[in-house]
Design a protein around this ligand. Structure first.
Ligand code: F6P
Length: 357
């Protein structure tokens, strides 16, 4: 009989609770193991005594539908260089490892994005922790898996936002700019932009020229189309050098960096009336989509099966319509950005969507 731990690490997203539910069901229900929920990611293992949550099989009902993570998560810092609050950094990795072993666990399921999985793997190697990873991030940029938990829900929300902007844009003859998340990758912008019928989609993987953007807007004006929908990923930077880097350094890039810049430039260069919406954390909240519930459930079950087989240092992944397992090292060493040759890029071009290049 095994005793396993589970934690959620890094930014939250929809579908995390579906994973937790699946892990508890399969581990406790199928295998008869014990499951210990670790609160607030590795922080729960740093605390003394470790902060944990007990699960009961008959109290999991609404977890499938709940946004966020009941275990909590935190961005307090890298445990190998942990900010102590007085300006100093300290390596607190051993405290986490000791906390883990004090719980008498046989294995740990870590749900995280590429950064969190890299940290968890380092801890596992240093401390002899039997780790299995599950990929989550609305950005969909974890390597070695076609999709991560949270991406589908975020894409649905971004699509709905574009749908809503569509009619107000048409009513007011406006160029509406929607800035969506994606710290370094443009997956949400590309997918939701196509699904929501954007006229222009800008992503960090495809450098754009402002003149091409303005040209598309003018073309639509000439065709008698009185409005335009522009989807832009937060990771896009200005086409001339990078004025937004200064804003970012000042911690202001969440205030509508690139969206605001585009709105100003488009108004200046085309005379169009522009408005900008920054969708922000709305994309991370709310109930998970059916796809994220399915993916979360499938990942959770598969992760427990990996532990049953004694296969560690592996991450569950989605490839070619099925669940597989890959070395965590492979996932964290191959960043998944939008490939300019991929199907969705070709689709956008085929639809006449301006990608700015
Ligand atoms: O990585 C997920 C993500 O939501 C990114 O899309 C976004 O840039 C970032 O996290 C926001 O981080 P925070 O919640 O710390 O503001």
């Amino acid at each position: 009989k095994k005793r396993i731990g589970i934690l959620t690490s890094g930014g939250d997203c929809a579908g995390l609770n579906a994973v937790i539910r699946a892990v508890v069901h399969h581990a406790m229900g199928t295998y008869g193991w014990e499951v210990v929920g670790i609160r607030e990611a590795t922080h729960g293992l740093m605390t003394r005594p470790p902060q944990v949550m007990e699960f009961e099989l008959d109290k999991l009902d609404s977890l499938l539908l709940m946004g966020g993570t009941i275990l909590g998560t935190t961005n307090k810092g890298d445990p190998f260089a942990f900010p102590m609050g007085d300006g100093t950094l300290r390596d607190r990795s051993q405290e986490i490892i000791d906390g883990y072993h004090s719980l008498g666990l046989d294995a740990l399921i870590g749900i995280g994005g590429d950064g969190s999985l890299a940290i968890l793997r380092r801890l596992a190697q240093q401390g002899g922790i039997n780790l299995v990873g599950i990929p989550k991030t609305i950005d969909n940029d974890v390597g070695a898996t076609e999709v991560s938990i949270g991406f589908d829900t975020a894409t649905n929300i971004a699509t709905e936002a574009l749908d809503r902007l569509h009619f107000t844009a048409a009513s007011h003859n406006r160029v509406m700019i929607l800035e969506v998340m994606g710290r370094d990758a443009g997956h949400i912008a590309l997918a939701a932009g196509i699904a929501g019928g954007a006229d222009i989609i800008l992503i960090p993987e495809i450098p754009y020229q402002m003149e091409n953007v303005c040209q598309k807007i003018r073309q639509r004006q000439e065709m008698g189309k009185n409005f335009c929908l522009v989807m832009v990923s937060e990771a896009v930077r200005t086409e001339v050098g990078d004025q937004l880097t200064e804003l970012k350094a000042a911690g202001e890039d969440r205030l509508g960096g690139i969206g605001k810049y585009l709105a100003e430039q488009i108004a200046l260069k085309t005379g169009a009336e522009t408005r900008v919406t920054v969708l922000g954390h709305i994309q991370r909240g709310g109930m998970p989509s059916p796809v994220d519930r399915l993916l979360g459930s499938a990942f959770g079950v598969a992760a427990v099966d990996l532990i049953a087989q004694g296969k560690y240092d592996q991450m569950v992944a989605w490839q070619n319509r099925q669940i597989v397992s890959v070395p965590i090292a492979e996932a964290i060493n191959t960043y998944r950005s939008v490939d300019p040759e991929e199907t969705l890029v070709k689709t956008a071009r085929g639809l006449g969507i301006c990608l700015g290049d």
